[in-house]
Design a protein around this ligand. Sequence first.
Ligand SMILES: Nc1ncnc2c1ncn2[C@@H]1O[C@H](COP(=O)(O)OP(=O)(O)OP(=O)(O)O)[C@@H](O)[C@H]1O
Ligand SMILES: [Mg+2]
Length: 251
Amino acid sequence: MRTIAITAGKGGVGKTTLASNLSISLNKMGFKTCVLDANFTAPDLGTHFGINADTTLWDVLEGKEPIEHAIYGHDCGLHIIPGSTGVENFKQGTYKKLKRKIRTLKYDFLILDTPPGLGDDAISALGPAKEILVVANPEWTSLSNAYRVYKTAQKMKKNVLGIILNRHLAHEYEPDSGTIEKFTGLKVLGEIPEDVSVRRSIAVQNPVALSYPDSEATLEIEKIAARIGGIDYKRRLSVVHRFLNFFGLFA
Ligand SMILES: Nc1ncnc2c1ncn2[C@@H]1O[C@H](COP(=O)(O)OP(=O)(O)OP(=O)(O)O)[C@@H](O)[C@H]1O
Ligand SMILES: [Mg+2]
C-alpha cells in the first residue's frame, strides 16, 4: 500500500481539495483508494464530501471502534475515513497510534490529509506516511514555507514526490514552474488552475472531480493522479468545453 501525506507550509492552500479529488481520480483509474482525515486541527474532509459521520477516526484512536467501522464507502467507490468535527485535539502519540491502526488497511493508495504548517501536529502527521506531496500556491510566501516542510520531510527520510501548485493563474507576477523548481529543489508535478468549479463544488459538498468532471481543475488533478499512479493518461476536454470553460460558462 502506498501511503501518501498531502502537506503544506501554510493553511488554506488546497490540501483537502487535492486529497479528496486526487483520491477520487486514483480510484477512478482503477486503484483501490482510501482517503483519511489526519488533520485534527481543521478536519474538513467530511465536509468536502458532505459526510456527517457517526463513527470517526477519533473513535478509532480512542480505542472505541475498529478502523473498519470508520470507513465510509462513497457512491463513486472511494473509501473515506473522516475526522471528528468535535473539539478533540492532537496529543503526543496520536500519530504513532494512527500509524499502528492503518497497518491493517489494504488499499493500493492511502491518502492522508494533514494539518498545515510546521507545528508538532503537522510534523507528526507525516510520520504514518512513506511518501509526501507538498501543496503550495504560486507565491513566494507559500513557496518558502513549502520549502521548509520539504526539508523537514527529507530529514524524516520521507520520499518527497514533488510539489503541486494550486490556484495557478498564469499571471506575469506568478513565479513559473521552472523558477519554482530551481528555488525549492522540488519537482512541479502539476499546476491546478484557479477554478470557480472548486468553490462551487465545496458549496454543494461534492468534490470537483465528481460535480464538475470536465472542469479545468479536474483535468489537471487527473493528470497528477496518472503521474503518481504511473499510468498513461489520455482524457482531454473537447474544443467546445474548452471554449465554454474559457468564458466560465461550463463550470
Ligand atoms: N483550485 C482552486 N480554485 C479555486 N478555489 C480553490 C482552489 N483550491 C482551493 N480553493 C478554495 O480554497 C479553499 C481552501 O481549500 P482547502 O480546504 O482545500 O485548503 P486546506 O489547505 O485544506 O486548508 P486547511 O489548512 O484549513 O486544512 C477552498 O474552500 C476553496 O474555496
Ligand atoms: Mg484542509
